[in-house]
Design a binder for this molecule. Structure first.
Ligand code: FES
Length: 60
């Protein structure tokens, strides 16, 4: 599923970023450009990242 349409970023990309240590939407913006164009995706990106981080911390 797409998280950021403008930059074709999927939930898998966000999960991979979380596994690599990204912990906030500004971090996603720097690494994947999430939210850097229209900005409509930032709330969903935050929710997707939060879920991914829960799994990362459970797996740690
Ligand atoms: S949908 Fe992410 S910047 Fe537009």
């Amino acid at each position: 599923m797409y998280v950021c349409i403008c930059h074709a970023v999927t939930d898998r990309d966000v999960k991979a970023a979380a596994a690599q240590g990204i912990r906030c939407v500004p971090g996603l913006c720097r690494s994947l450009k999430v939210g850097s164009q229209c900005g409509r995706c930032t709330e969903f990106a935050q929710k997707t990242l939060d879920k991914a981080l829960e799994k990362v911390s459970v797996g740690a």
